[in-house]
Unconditional design. Sequence first.
Length: 485
Amino acid sequence: MVAGRLAAYKLGASAPLGRCHRWCPETLLPNLARFAVFFAVLLSPLCGALAQTQSFDALIEDALKRHPPANGAPPAEELPALAPGEQAAPATPLQPMAPPVDPMAPPQPPLETVTPIPPALLQQSETGPKPYTPPKIAPAPGATAPAPGTATGAPAAGQPAIAGQPGTQQPAAAAPGEGRTRESLRPEEVNSALFVENSLAVKGADPLVLKLQVMLDRAGASPGAIDAVSGGNLSKAISAVETVLRLPADGILDKAVWDALGGDQAPAVLVQYTITPDDMAYAFAASIPADYAEQAKLPNLNYTSPEEMFGERFHMDVRLLTALNPGANFRQVGTAIWVTDVNGPPIAGKVAHIVADKALRQVRGYDSENRLLVAYPATIGSTDNPSPSGEHLVRAVAPNPVYYYDPKNFVQGDNTAKLQLPPGPNSPVGSVWIDLTEPSYGIHGTPEPTKIDKTGSHGCVRLTNWDAEELSKLVEPGVPVTFIE
């Protein structure tokens, strides 16, 4: 713009002027006037910049008057000039400043801290909560259980890759809106999962949910078959912990429950297990027919595959077990597989009273002081075959039972005659039977652990095999069992 203004001004001079002509009295005043206009045009942008600078400084001064520095901080000091060769002293690190204190605000109580109690719930007592420890499920004979919280190295040459390690094939991502798949989970992210608010609302498989399920299982609040997916059985297990902690039993995970179970510092929930020769010496059944008459012809009702056996041993949904170990040969001795570490110290004490809650579909065990020891998801009767009401007693405990089918109780298929079915974890009553004084009723296991609380029963109380086994070791004949609606 300055160049344009100068060009426009030059166009106003019609002819060059000589020295005498410039200083003649007749032309002096007009020439002075022209020079004044020239310098005015030349200096106008500079004057405008100065005016703008003065306006900006005025705005800063006005802003400082209206918003003085917080906490009475003094204005910045000018740095002294350095002498030749002198180096500036290192700057002092900034220290965090405390937030301003409102003198009119009411005093705030000190923040409460929750001390992590690795893997254990808290028992209730008159003097307040105190820790107790859950039972430890013994591994199958001859099996070498993984050391809690530890993991072995990569498998030897010739063995399949382990999920979560380099070289493992990466699964395809889930479709939008469906959440993650179990195949996308990695052991290291599960073991290092940290608490997140509203984490149970996540769709699909989730590392935090898997870690939470294992911690609950360790503590005696069973989530059923561990599958890395949030659901009703998980919420019921959380409610049990909340009851023990004297918190509102809403089944929603919060920081207090997470920390009480061990939380961010919990030992690894996924570890590696190496398949042993004894594992492969097990007498697997070729298949289990659905018809009871056909089952009665078999020598046993054993597991049909190593996947099923390991799934029950480590309380896992078989779909999670296979997803964590893509390409693994479960029949190969020496294969290292990822499993859940659900083992914990044994429970101190015995169950003195059992409650079968039909509405909540949960079985709870209390000690002689009415403190909650264990809680399990359960299938309790059905519309066609309701469970008993009122109070009954434990009459006996039968591990690995023979099942006596009687069509007078219910009819299965076309079977109208009494049948005797061999024992085994795939028996209709699973691996254990807790007999009640009410004839033909009991608390027992199941061959289908993933269906607990999702289907009906023939009037009895069904638990997963591992939960039924745990409860059977905590009760004695004469223990009352109360059915509540």
